[in-house]
Design a protein around this ligand. Structure first.
Ligand SMILES: NC(=O)c1ccc[n+]([C@@H]2O[C@H](COP(=O)([O-])OP(=O)(O)OC[C@H]3O[C@@H](n4cnc5c(N)ncnc54)[C@H](OP(=O)(O)O)[C@@H]3O)[C@@H](O)[C@H]2O)c1
Length: 323
């Protein structure tokens, strides 16, 4: 089968097309004939060798595979032909991928495979960060960074649907237009404006109750300035490559909280807390209230180009690979 392999950590060129044997499912696994693989920023960090606990070369990357089950192990309730999207541990950038049944979700009605590949990681992350971890209430203000990105487009729609006042940052006018279409009330181009100062001005100095930060570094520091008294900041990613340091004295004098979220680790330690999001997400996606924004589709062989596109911050919504 055709697959993408990382034989050495490095830049996007480290993603090379390769031929591999079609994998055989173990007794507790299914094999998926992959129609679409989702790209996540975590794939980029793993490829750079900058992801704690990430796979070691040689490996086939990819954490999301949507397609049809074409072979099942002995102890598995799923059937050949079932259409699923799976959160794999690795291996989705290929024509066939293995997954455990508890990693597979039925594809919500009306979704195509590309939309399905954009649903589990980014929508569950957004939902957990906003509600399960961030405790967002309808009458609150929330600031979403990278509001036109994968997690960002999901978070904006979810927060707006919940009745919150949504602030969103992005680096270009095109991204901010999309974010505004999806529900951002206050789009902020952080390359032109100091976003914390703008939040301060719009909220008469009160700030936002919740920040979702997947960038880290200076963005985290400045987000602390944008927080209201008693505010919460959920840190769920380090796209800047620079982990931030929280100032505990600042936290205690402002009664603010920093909360960490990691989907894979949360699933491992208490999956029920994450899976609570599924009924609401499925309902929202099936009713059309929520939409997976598929920004760009690349053929599988162009995985390196697709990673570069994401790293260059050109992407909006979900970028996918099609074998
Ligand atoms: N904790 C978890 O379980 C979990 C799950 C999913 C994702 N994540 C994390 O969430 C973040 C977003 O992931 P995603 O897959 O949805 O990606 P994404 O938002 O589609 O892409 C990253 C976006 O981050 C912004 N950005 C800011 N500084 C950047 C930099 N130095 N390099 C590249 N991008 C930068 C860019 O938007 P602008 O151009 O608008 O600034 C870029 O488009 C990542 O940090 C990812 O690792 C965490």
């Amino acid at each position: 089968m055709k697959a993408i392999e990382v034989t050495e950590y490095g830049r996007s060129e480290a993603l090379e097309p390769d031929e591999r044997p079609v994998p055989e499912p173990g007794p507790d696994e299914v094999r998926i004939d992959v129609e679409t693989a989702g790209i996540n920023f975590a794939d980029v960090m793993q490829r750079r060798g900058a992801y704690p606990g990430g796979p070691e070369p040689p490996y086939v990357p990819g954490l999301e595979a949507a397609g049809r089950i074409d072979a099942v192990g002995e102890n598995v309730g799923l059937r050949e032909g079932d259409e699923v999207v799976a959160m794999t541990t690795a291996g989705a950038y290929a024509e066939y991928a293995l997954a455990r049944p508890d990693q597979c979700f039925p594809i919500p009605e009306g979704m195509d495979f590309a939309e399905a590949a954009g649903f589990p990681i980014q929508f569950m992350t957004a939902h957990c960060c906003l509600f399960g971890w961030g405790d967002l209430e309808a009458d609150e203000r929330v600031l979403v960074h990278a509001a036109a990105g994968g997690v960002g487009t999901a978070a904006v729609q979810l927060a707006s649907r919940a009745g919150a006042e949504v602030f969103g940052t992005a680096s270009t006018g095109r991204k901010l237009d999309l974010a505004a279409d999806l529900g951002v009330d206050h789009p902020i181009n952080y390359t032109e404006t100091d976003f914390a100062a703008e939040v301060d001005e719009i909220t008469d100095g009160e700030g936002v109750h919740l920040v979702l930060d997947g960038v880290g570094g200076d963005v985290f520091d400045d987000s602390m300035d944008a927080l209201a008294h008693f505010g919460r900041i959920v840190t769920y990613g380090v796209a800047s490559g620079v982990p931030a340091q929280a100032n505990t004295q600042e936290l205690l004098f402002s009664n603010t909280s920093v909360i960490g979220f990691h989907l894979g680790q949360a699933m491992r330690h208490d999956a029920s807390r994450v899976l609570e999001a599924i009924p609401d997400l499925t309902e929202g996606l099936q009713s059309g209230e929520l939409e997976v924004i598929v920004g760009e589709r690349f053929p599988l062989a162009k995985a390196a180009e697709a990673h570069q596109y994401v790293e260059d911050r050109n992407s909006v919504g979900k970028v996918v690979l099609e074998p």
